[in-house]
Ligand binder design. Structure first.
Ligand SMILES: *Cc1c(COP(=O)(O)O)cnc(C)c1O
Length: 386
């Protein structure tokens, strides 16, 4: 067989890059717009901590952190030490940019915070003692932020016990208290509970700052509070979902206009015409009411296209919206193109993003929140940075 007879319509062997069956376009321009909208809301004197946990909500943490740093952000929030190490080891950001890991560490993790200059969250006395001992043994100063539980019920001591913890850290030679923070249980409504969370936290911080005659970085607001709790902006805000272009929930309509940073799309790999009565996919949940054209697209729940979307969502192909048809499968999803479609194999179907339905719309259809759909876009989906 000659090389020539191997030539395919799409080009000679191994000359072309592999076309992606599914991909997530990541727009740095949209990210920049969203950062500007956040800055407009909080004013110049406050800092932004870019929350890039969970691989930057599926957007690729090293890439997003690097973009944010170019936009002037030098504080980053991650879930844990693993995620912090990924940022340090990929050299995604400057060595002196701060990375705060939100979770409370295991004792065995503490040396890694010291070695890689990661700011640790202290939630209680036990962790504080372990951290102080590890820092002393390493002859290093460990930067810490204390997490106070004002009502979230997840991590931290209640405000009435937190003062003693703050004082102990302040008096310890191996721990450097840089910040104090808390987290809201429900930030998009302004009820008594949320107001009490803010008041308790502010009171605790000013008591500390008064007693020790110095200031610490005080922070409380995620996206919900950035939009809805202006008196909780304090010294720094911690936006996550807003960076990625979505409001914190579907009831919040007062926020700025944001742009989705991710577009999740997949190729049409098969098209067929079906007779009335033909069933599509597992469990035969969709039956053609008349003659229809059905496209099979190359993404399923293993790519992060939620199975709960089955028979509920729509996809956009060449600017037109088509209903999804039948159960979403692991690797493929079917779409009802109607009876006069101009779509072809190789065309792109937008699952969500700026040219299709939004992740927030899909989240409503699936009974979840945009956060979950963004985080679910799996490693199999190639991220394409534009
Ligand atoms: C995830 C998280 C945030 C960001 O929340 P968004 O609602 O996405 O803005 C902020 N702070 C902490 C502690 C978090 O865990």
């Amino acid at each position: 067989m000659t090389a020539d007879s191997n030539a395919s319509p799409s080009g000679p062997l191994s000359q072309l890059p592999l076309e992606h069956l599914s991909e997530a376009l990541i727009s740095s321009a949209h990210l920049a717009c969203n950062v500007k909208k956040i800055r407009d809301l909080i004013g110049k004197e406050r800092k932004i901590m870019g929350v890039v946990k969970a691989n930057a909500y599926g957007h690729d943490a090293p890439y997003i952190a690097g973009c944010l740093e170019k936009l002037g952000v030098s504080d980053f929030g991650v879930a844990n030490i693993d995620e912090a190490l990924q940022l340090r080891q990929t050299k995604a950001i400057c060595d002196n940019s701060r990375i705060l890991a939100f979770c409370s560490p295991l004792d065995s993790h503490i040396p890694f915070y010291l070695r890689h200059n990661v700011t640790m969250t202290v939630t209680d006395f036990r962790t504080m003692h372990a951290a102080a001992a590890a820092a002393k043994a390493a002859n290093r100063l460990l930067n810490v932020h204390v997490k106070v539980d004002t009502g979230m019920g997840r991590l931290g001591l209640p405000p009435e016990k937190a003062m003693e913890l703050l004082s102990s850290i302040e008096e310890n030679d191996h721990l450097q208290l840089e910040g104090v923070y808390t987290h809201f249980a429900q930030s998009t409504i302004s009820d008594d509970f949320t107001r009490r969370q803010t008041d308790c936290f502010r009171h605790l911080c000013s008591e500390f700052e008064h007693r020790f005659r110095r200031s610490v970085i005080k922070h409380a607001a995620g996206s919900g509070a950035i939009i809805c709790q202006k008196n909780a902006h304090l010294d720094m805000v911690r936006p996550g979902i807003m960076l990625y272009g979505y409001p914190p929930d579907s009831t919040t309509t007062i926020g700025p206009e944001l742009k989705p940073v991710m577009q999740f799309q997949a190729k049409i790999i098969f098209i067929k015409e079906v007779a009335p009565g033909t069933s599509i996919s597992y469990n035969r949940t969709w039956i053609a009411p008349e003659k229809r054209t059905i496209a099979t697209i190359s993404a399923g729940y293993a790519d992060g296209y939620h199975r709960r979307l089955s028979n509920r969502s729509s996809v956009t192909i060449n600017g037109r919206s088509y209903p999804q048809a039948g159960t979403v499968t692991m690797d493929q999803t079917m779409v009802d193109l109607g009876n006069a479609s101009r779509a072809a194999v190789g065309d792109t179907a937008v699952l969500f993003g700026w040219d299709g339905p939004s992740a927030a719309d899909l989240a409503d259809m699936a009974g979840t929140i945009s956060y979950e759909l963004l985080c679910a876009v799996s490693a199999r989906v190639t991220r394409v940075f534009i």
